[in-house]
Design a protein around this ligand. Structure first.
Ligand code: ADP
Ligand code: MG
Length: 270
């Protein structure tokens, strides 16, 4: 274990249902940094998030993932959470009979933190996210709208105080005002607490508030292009086909060595 603070993904390959979906992912996210992942439907974005969190059914076939020096792939999902990883699910699960407060109280207890502080932290966090307090006592995600579930995920992130967050389309389902509030809250967490963020999204709108250091375009299970914030606007204007060409479609057998960062020679981070 080293003292270096970084979420480091190296050569990550993974299979689900006999198909190799991730074919070599390399990413480094440092505290306070925001990395966005964009990419066509079915390119493996959610698969990456599940593999990072350790969802059963996803078989890692190569590579490594370390969080501040800890080998994540060796750990159970709950241990990854305790190590400081948070996943905001694309489709949050409804858990009848378990309130948000009960969930977070147990998480605090399991993580060796004072469970008596959870209620106040929840109320503070709900205020920052514009969430009405009566949501706090309802069963987790049950009968909430898509946008309310996403705000709930952001609320959990704020209370749990993770070190790195993977946000799988946190913007989907949020109305424009809620999107701005949630994005601002997460941006503040990067600045105040040094939260490192991997934000999966299709839309530049999220990234107007949650300011990305880098944008990566995933296709065919690997990162094809990396650039600065301007890449999101280019994608919005030209689409994945405009930016990736043939590699925008999922036809691995025709995968040729796409010129890495073709047209992005002026990447300010290169
Ligand atoms: P994205 O989030 O980029 O839209 P996903 O990671 O959800 O894409 O999916 C990548 C590919 O893996 C898709 O072809 C999808 O159908 C397939 N896939 C994902 N999860 C499973 C699963 N549990 N069983 C079978 N195929 C899956
Ligand atoms: Mg997805």
């Amino acid at each position: 274990m080293s003292d270096e603070r970084v979420l480091r993904i190296t050569g990550l390959r993974a299979r689900v249902a006999e198909t190799e979906i991730l074919r070599g992912i390399d990413l480094e996210i440092r505290p306070g940094e925001v990395h966005a992942i964009m990419g066509p439907n079915g390119s493996g974005k959610s698969t990456l998030s599940h593999v990072l969190m350790g969802r059963p059914g996803y078989e890692v076939t190569g590579g490594s993932v370390t969080l501040d020096g800890v080998d994540l792939l060796e750990l159970a999902p709950w241990e990854r959470a305790q190590a400081g990883l948070f996943l905001c699910l694309q489709h949050p699960t409804e858990v009848p009979g378990v309130s948000l407060e009960a969930l977070l109280t147990e998480a605090a207890r399991a993580g060796g933190r004072d469970p008596d502080t959870v209620r106040q932290a929840l109320i503070t966090e709900a205020g920052r996210l514009g969430i009405d307090e009566h949501f706090l006592d309802r069963p987790l995600n049950v009968d909430l709208s898509g946008g309310e579930k996403k705000r709930n995920e952001a609320l959990q992130l704020g209370v749990l105080g993770a070190r790195y967050a993977v946000l799988d389309e946190i913007d989907s389902g949020l109305d424009v005002d809620a999107l701005a509030t949630v994005a601002r809250r997460i941006q503040e967490a990067t600045e105040e607490d040094g939260l490192g963020v991997l934000a999966i999204t299709h839309f530049a709108r999220l990234l107007e508030v949650l300011e990305p250091d880098r944008i990566h375009v995933l296709s065919r299970g690997s990162i094809q292009v990396t650039g600065g914030p301007e890449l999101a606007e280019q994608l919005e204007a030209e689409g994945y086909v405009g930016v990736l060409g043939d590699a925008a479609t999922d036809e691995p057998e025709t995968l040729v060595g796409l010129p890495h960062a073709a047209g992005f020679g002026d990447d300010p981070f290169a």
